[in-house]
Design a protein around this ligand. Sequence first.
Ligand SMILES: [Zn+2]
Length: 491
Amino acid sequence: MRIAIANFSHESNTFAAKPTVLDDFAIYRGQAVVDHYTPTFHEVAGYIAGAEEYDFDLVPTLGANATPAGPLTRDTYETIVGELLEMLRQAKGLDGLLLALHGAMVAEDFPQADGETVRRVRQLMGPDFPIVVTHDYHGNVPESLARDANALIIYKTNPHIDQRERGLQAAELLARTVRGEVKPVSAIAKPNVLFNIAFHNTSLPPMQPIMQAAIDLENEPGILAASVAAGYQYADVPAMGPSVVVVADGDRDLAQAGAQRIADMIWAVRDQLLPDLPNAAEAVHQAMQAAQTPVALFDMGDNIGGGSAADSTLILEQLLAQKAGGWVVTLFDPEAVQACVQAGIGGAVALRVGGKTDATHGPTLSIGGRVRTLHSGEFEETERRHGGGRYFNQGLTAVVEVNRSGPGKGGLLVLNSKRTAPMSIHQITCVGIQPQQQKILVAKGTVAPRAAYAPVCAQIIQVDTGGACAINRSPSEFKRARTDFYEWQKR
Ligand SMILES: [Zn+2]
């Protein structure tokens, strides 16, 4: 059985200032796809494991991934999707395709770009060609995608730690489809709630019982897969919001009834979905009073994994104003890194840091300190963490001691040269910081950094900050999304 695999993934934030261009993508081709993903927990690693398990003749095509940011330019989308289609065209005698797409990609001409990609693949390969797609839990799924793919399987965890299992599940479903053992048919239901990202943790109510119901449904007779996408509220597109996708064996009514049952559960919790979280000043105050440390402050507005700037100073500003001690803040600021390189290790620096990407991520701050260390910025994560990655590179990195008059006084500013979401604690351990010896660790994210920070922190506080991923954006800022979300009617 000749099975092609591909990954073309991006989470595109339509409120982010910086568009995503070709250079932002890491692209692997052919055997390099296998080499890159095999040692990871990504769903493509699950596809590859499935190839072994189900005896595929594996045809690796393209693997393309970029850090979340603004929508893809026209050239970027057309170049990558064009290459993928060309590879599929040239791979003769294919029996099926496993296709990893994020689900929240936005391109200049195609707001629901993943739907467009599947449409083009379907058009090229014909109506009878089996295509199983996997999505991130933050996908905004259009009805057309559920129709154009034979089956869609979505991560069931947030932080996303089951990607490899979902890839393996997709491989099994594709194998059974190609062998003619099952005939997958899909149904989708989209409940009329926004389901704020503050409530996306799959280990806590209100989402935990909903996800459990999907897991239970998957074990019912006739059901091949049952998935819940929580949606991605930073891509202003018509399909924005949660989706339930159920795949049944030949019985579309059964799939639709299952999808509707879970969608009704989402509707039933609609009054529990209005976040009430501390702002930066309140959260810093709480963290300074905490009996047990370290406390992690999650900067939700500057959620790098959600496409934001990575240089917000809104929490740092409060740490300085309230004279907190023992803190660690990481900022993307290549210019400040270069100033630290000029000063050298041990050198005194007077820096202007952060708030340089746009006007929504806090002011640029004047900081005095001493360069503690300089690093290449490479690190490895061998544990199962959000995103499933293994090898990371945050670029040339400087650690600056700020107001460090004694142990536990002042803090450490980690300045890096590449926007890097805090998915691994080794982002700071690799630059010589011991997390357990600190009092306050600032991580720029909403739920995803939990997998990395919960093991080393006594407490995690989600902080309602401004930025490209602000959690309480006004409905008037949306142009393409539906306007009748239940929560928006309540405002
Ligand atoms: Zn996600």
